[in-house]
Write a protein that binds this ligand. Structure first.
Ligand code: ZN
Length: 133
């Protein structure tokens, strides 16, 4: 499954960063997902519970932010974001010869951790996660 491999990658990266920061717990992970990605949020969350069990990321809340796809026109070389996913033509010249150059990936954007040392300032400001559907 695609999501399983991606989720494993995210966990590996998260744990590596957490170890470097001497975290005792990962509480929140912010992921950025390209709009064209086939990643299903619920699947990632599902796999997370399986593969993160027993790690400090076990109880981490995952939040997903969708970002528009970055496109490039092969006819006129214009770069643009894909605003309407039913309209696969270049807004500059109208050519249908456009390619995806970004926005089909899943990235670990940031995460919140606990270090077990109350004197330490948090690594990231506490921000409310947007409600995801
Ligand atoms: Zn064009």
């Amino acid at each position: 499954m695609h999501e399983l491999a991606v989720t494993e990658q995210v966990l590996t990266i998260a744990l590596r960063h957490a170890a470097a920061a001497q975290a005792t717990k990962i509480t929140h992970i912010h992921l950025v997902v390209g709009r064209l990605s086939s990643i299903v949020d619920d699947s990632v969350q599902f796999y997370w519970h399986l593969i993160a069990a027993g790690t400090i990321a076990e109880e981490a809340v995952l939040s997903f932010e969708r970002r528009p796809a970055q496109m490039r026109c092969l006819a006129c070389a214009a770069h643009f974001t894909l605003a309407d996913q039913r309209d696969f033509t270049c807004p500059a010249c109208g050519s249908p010869d456009i390619i995806v150059i970004g926005g089909d990936e899943l990235l670990l954007d940031s995460m919140e951790i606990e270090t077990g040392a109350p004197a330490d300032p948090p690594a990231l400001p506490a921000v409310g996660a947007p409600e995801m559907e």
